[in-house]
Design a protein around this ligand. Structure first.
Ligand code: ZN
Length: 160
């Protein structure tokens, strides 16, 4: 249909375009005869809606028309938008917690398997921590290349 303000012809986003002139749909229709508008529209699907006379202000319908989408499409967009926003927040925090817990768990598990000898070495900080906290060892020194924690049984230290 043709814009009565600037004369531009378009098939989609007409009311959105009208808005760009700073007019609402109501203002546009009041200013330019609605007869002219409906004639222009005759061949499009909009005709039926256009001709319903009792139509009151329907912001949702206007919105759909403005973006030239159906209600189902709008719903799809909102579903996607809202689920995108909600889930990553939750699962990101969950993943971090799970990761920390899993790392600590497996380190503790390995530390318990290693525990026994008077002296131990490990290249894993988490295992060194687990040996210290859970298995009764203490770190005697840390060497590099590769970084290695040397641990000793605490019970031996007491006797020293
Ligand atoms: Zn225009």
């Amino acid at each position: 249909m043709k814009c009565a303000i600037c004369g531009k012809e378009m098939t989609k986003g007409f009311w959105f375009h009208v808005k760009s002139h700073g007019l609402t749909r109501e203002e546009y229709e009041a200013k330019y005869s609605s007869e002219e508008i409906t004639e222009e529209v005759e061949s499009t699907e909009d005709v039926q809606q256009e001709n319903i006379p009792q139509q009151e202000a329907d912001p949702l319908a206007d919105l759909l028309k403005e973006y030239n989408i159906t209600l189902a499409q709008l719903r799809e967009i909102l579903d996607k938008e809202l689920s995108d926003k909600k889930e990553p927040e939750k699962s990101a925090a969950d993943l971090i917690l799970e990761d920390i817990k899993a790392t600590a768990d497996s380190a503790t598990e390995q530390a318990m398997k290693m525990a026994g000898p008077d002296e131990l070495t490990t290249n894993d900080l988490h295992i060194a921590e687990a040996l210290d906290k859970v298995c009764g060892y203490y770190v005697t020194k840390v060497t590099s290349n590769p970084k290695t924690w040397h641990l000793r049984k605490r019970s031996l230290r007491r006797r020293d």
